[in-house]
Design a protein around this ligand. Structure first.
Ligand SMILES: C[S@@+](CC[C@H](N)C(=O)[O-])C[C@H]1O[C@@H](n2cnc3c(N)ncnc32)[C@H](O)[C@@H]1O
Length: 510
């Protein structure tokens, strides 16, 4: 198998990558220098002094091969990532499964490619909220043993809580210094295991991968070659129980036509459902065509479907709830600040890498472009996912080169807030507001900073201003710099934050 026409700086890298491709079905890297760096790091950890020795080691030592695969894939994830998928479970999948399953049946869920565990733990919390606490099991697998070890530790930094709905984890977190530890109540439901999706070792009753009700296989298929995608699609279908649902990631390839799965059209894209097997010798029953169900065979005009923004905007803050010993959950430097149409053509590859979650590559590609506010913003957003401190530094440098770019100040405030550098975060948020006094998201961020600094009345004022600014827009209008988040939803968040603070003040006064 050849990985060319890539231009590797040494044929040895190409040979190593071919080995990975055979084992894990990975696509050739879109950024060869980044892949070479990854291979070099893994070689150094394996103490291999040349490519021949390293290839030999990869043949004999499965752990060394896993370590290399971990370098060449990206473990990016966070709690309740792409929250539309979780809403879909509550609104469509669980009601349907309740209808088709006996009430005492254990609900079986699989997070395939679970990275450091945020996805399966989010699934466990959702199912607990939905009343399945005593009849559910969540299986979570990945090829990266490093990621699996982190998942089992169940300790997370604030960065894992940057999604809009991460607030739902709050009741199940215990703070230990700057880390947040998941309570056993959630952990007990999730079982982690090693699995290479590219190999034909599943489904199998022994591993628990069979007869599943829900599969999340999100942001993994993007790494695979076409033959691997086709084989994985067939195995995912075979792993589902009748009426079971499969959810893939927003940038994953379509599985339509690759397995007898029924595509289910939703407002955020396509989910898949395993149809009941037809009764023997009977004609196939007419397929339900009601709500958003599409025929299997003809290809969908997928390009016309809305692709949801990769992640939300603003600190997801809560339905009023007592006791907030939890994180501020505040950051959201997610990709795609600018739409493709507003970006200069040179930045398009970086934008695509950002949307895929290929942070290192996006940072490199954007950084290699001519210096401009938009290339700086993109590089910083990407960097924020791999090295927050470096992103803060880059942000400050870019802001001094582009002092009138409000987004740079705003990003700096968000990143500093995530690092708990509250004084500096306040300064950056105020600078953003000096440049753009009507920037609602900066008022929200300032509100969070002031709340954590203990300036409750200042925080309430900021949330009130954010709410008032959002209220001037029609509820469905996207708010500037809010990652596609709508004015109505942000106004609601700002309002609930005010209420929470006001009730805290009242409790303290009493
Ligand atoms: C971007 S993360 C996705 C995490 C999570 N599903 C989400 O969407 O938030 C991709 C994960 O896929 C895993 N992966 C890549 N190739 C794999 C393979 N052949 N088998 C199993 N997991 C794989 C990587 O180790 C990484 O943890």
């Amino acid at each position: 198998m050849s990985t060319s026409p890539l231009s590797w700086s040494d044929e040895g890298y190409a040979r190593v990558f071919e080995r990975v491709q055979e084992r894990a079905g990975l696509l050739p890297p879109s950024c060869v220098p980044a892949a070479e760096e990854g291979i070099a790091r893994a070689m150094a950890r394996a103490h291999a002094s040349n490519f021949t020795a390293y290839l030999e080691r990869l043949t004999l030592d499965a752990a060394a091969l896993d370590d290399l695969i971990t370098e060449l894939t990206i473990g990016e994830t966070y709690f309740f990532r792409t929250h539309e998928h979780f809403d879909f479970l509550s609104q469509r999948v669980l009601p349907e499964l309740r209808q088709f399953r006996p009430p005492d049946r254990i609900l079986r869920v699989w997070s395939a490619g679970c990275a450091s565990g945020e996805e399966p733990y989010s699934l466990a919390v959702l199912l607990m909220e939905e009343g399945f606490g005593d009849r559910m099991e969540v299986l979570a697998t990945d090829i990266s043993r490093t990621a699996l070890a982190r998942a089992q530790q169940a300790q997370y930094g604030l960065w894992s809580f940057r999604g809009l709905r991460a607030e739902r984890m709050r009741p199940f977190l215990r703070q230990e210094g700057s880390r947040y530890v998941l309570t056993p109540e959630v952990r007990q439901h999730v079982h982690f295991d090693y699995l290479n999706l590219a190999l034909d070792t599943w489904p199998s009753p022994g591993s628990g991968i069979h007869g599943l009700d829900i599969i999340f296989c999100r942001n993994v298929l993007i790494y695979f070659t076409r033959p691997t995608i086709e084989a994985v699609a067939r195995r995912l279908h075979a792993s589902l129980a009748e009426h079971g649902f499969l959810i893939t990631g927003p940038s994953d390839p379509s599985l339509i036509g690759l397995a007898p799965l029924e595509p289910v059209l939703t407002e955020w894209g396509v989910a898949y459902r395993r149809l009941p097997d037809p009764p023997p010798r009977a004609l196939p029953p007419p397929r339900p065509r009601s709500y958003s169900t599409l025929p299997v065979a003809p290809a969908l005009p997928l390009a016309a479907l809305p692709v949801p923004p990769p992640s939300p905007a603003i600190p997801a803050l809560p339905p009023p709830r007592p006791a907030p010993p939890a994180p501020a959950l505040p950051i959201r430097p997610a990709p795609a600040a600018a739409s493709a149409s507003t970006l200069s053509a040179g930045l398009e590859p970086a934008r695509q890498a950002l949307v895929r979650g290929d942070w290192r590559e996006a940072a490199q590609l954007a950084g290699a472009q001519q210096d401009s506010p938009e290339s700086s913003v993109m590089a910083i957003r990407a960097l924020a996912n791999v090295d927050v401190e470096a992103a803060v530094k880059a942000c400050a440098e870019a802001a001094s080169r582009h002092p009138m770019t409000v987004e740079l100040r705003y990003l700096e405030a968000l990143l500093l807030l995530g690092l708990g550098r509250l004084g500096e975060a306040e300064r950056a948020a105020r600078q953003a507001l000096y440049l753009e006094p009507s920037l609602a998201v900066a008022h929200l961020t300032l509100g969070h900073v002031l709340r954590r600094l203990g300036d409750i009345s200042g925080a309430v004022r900021s949330f009130r201003t954010a709410e008032a600014l959002c209220a001037t827009l029609p509820p469905e209008t996207p708010v500037p710099l809010a990652e596609g988040e709508r004015a109505g939803r942000l106004a609601e968040l700002a309002r609930s934050e005010q209420r929470r603070l006001e009730s805290t003040e009242t409790r303290e006064e009493n």
